[in-house]
Design a protein around this ligand. Structure first.
Ligand SMILES: Cc1cc2ncn([C@H]3O[C@H](COP(=O)(O)O)[C@@H](O)[C@H]3O)c2cc1C
Ligand SMILES: O=C(O)c1cccnc1
Length: 358
């Protein structure tokens, strides 16, 4: 994919929103990150104050990972296909949260399950390839497959936007996928494996050391080839991660905001921002996960997440959990009285109505 042009969110609206925030009947700065989130939400919505997000759509990108057979996960790779059915059946963590917060949930299957026809639920298959190669031994996918997966992700974003999304979320499912995510973050930030590798689904010390060695081996194998973001995705990523990158790039290109999730989502966001410089301005952080690479990537993107609950589930769950917080932020900026009105009401002795609609 050649470099994509991204128009930044509206700076005039951002300035107007920041001024409104500073004028609310609260001490300046008292809303903390809720205030920052409200200003971001106004800027990406292009209006101040902006109505809270009401048409939120989450997409879970599912794929199998070759490294899952090399002792990097606490769980067997068979879990991936089983969880896809839980997303569709409503029993996965993110599915419960999505129901709770009125978020539409879709699954995109990048080659996990050949047998989803007739399974109820919103699922689309993009079978770019089945699984990925072990990235410490050879490229995870080919450059051509990366390009096709990026295009699939763009198509999915277009479909979600056509369905009316005012906020998008990308989630992941794939046993082993915290390993390529850590590798992508290490390559994107120029860091060694020991700075980025975490326990993922909960590996012990021995597997953690093996995971770290595997990521270092992968980084040494690919060398400087990973400076190109598409090559980086092919060498160290997978079809499902490349599709998620395409989705994020397309959302930014179309000017539709995204709430990021955990380490997989943030690894994809880093690559998306390389492919489409400025894309990160359209992204906010749903939560901080326990993976060390996630915090590093978020700070590189200049994003402070809304929640920090010690979550490490993935699936988009941390982002969906943050949706009510973003809604609250938008409501506060729109509905809290302006201090000047409160003071004016005090000085003329009348009870002025709060300024609810700007
Ligand atoms: C039952 C179950 C449900 C999940 N839902 C998300 N993940 C998360 O854990 C996996 C990544 O961790 P690792 O790299 O250590 O394998 C991914 O599938 C991610 O989505 C799950 C993992 C399990 C076991
Ligand atoms: O950071 C995450 O989202 C995460 C962590 C562990 C396992 N799966 C996802």
């Amino acid at each position: 994919m050649s470099t994509v042009r991204v128009t930044p969110p509206d700076d005039d609206v951002r300035t107007e929103a920041a001024a409104r925030l500073a004028g609310l009947a609260t001490p300046v700065g008292a809303l903390g990150r809720l205030g920052e989130a409200a200003v971001w939400w106004s800027a990406v919505s292009g209006t101040c104050p902006a109505p809270a997000p009401s048409r939120v759509r989450a997409v879970v990108f599912a794929g199998d990972h070759g490294v899952a057979s090399y002792g990097v996960s606490a769980y067997p790779k068979e879990i991936t296909a089983l969880m896809v059915r839980q997303f569709l059946g409503g029993g996965a963590g993110v599915a419960v949260l999505a129901r709770q917060h009125d978020v539409a949930l879709k699954v995109v299957d990048l080659g996990v399950d050949d047998d989803l026809d007739g399974v109820p639920g919103d699922v689309t298959a993009h079978k770019v390839r089945r699984g990925s190669e072990p990235l410490h031994l050879r490229d995870a996918i080919t450059a051509d497959e990366a390009v096709r997966a990026l295009a699939a992700g763009r198509t999915i974003a277009d479909a979600e936007i056509a369905a009316g999304a005012d906020l998008l979320i990308a989630g992941d499912m794939g046993i082993g996928n915290t390993t390529p995510s850590a590798a992508l973050i290490a390559a994107s930030l120029g860091l060694p494996a020991r700075d980025v590798v975490g326990r993922g689904s909960g590996v012990g010390d021995t597997a953690l050391a093996a995971k770290e060695a595997l990521v270092d081996e992968a980084l040494a194998r690919v060398g400087s080839r990973v400076e190109d973001p598409t090559q980086r995705l092919a060498a160290l990523g997978s079809a499902d991660l490349a599709a998620q990158v395409g989705f994020l790039v397309r959302a930014a290109e179309r000017g539709v905001p995204v709430l990021l999730d955990g380490v997989i989502s943030v690894a994809c966001a880093l690559v998306a921002d390389d492919l489409a410089p400025g894309a990160a301005a359209w992204f906010a952080g749903g939560h901080r996960s326990t993976e060390p690479a996630q915090a590093l990537a978020l700070s590189k993107l200049g994003i402070e997440p809304l929640l920090d609950l010690g979550m490490r589930l993935g699936e988009g769950s941390g982002a969906v959990a943050a949706v009510p917080v973003l809604r609250a932020a938008a409501a506060l900026l729109g509905e809290v009285s302006l201090l000047e009105d409160v003071l004016a009401a005090g000085s003329d002795g009348s009870a002025a109505a709060p300024d609810h609609d700007g």
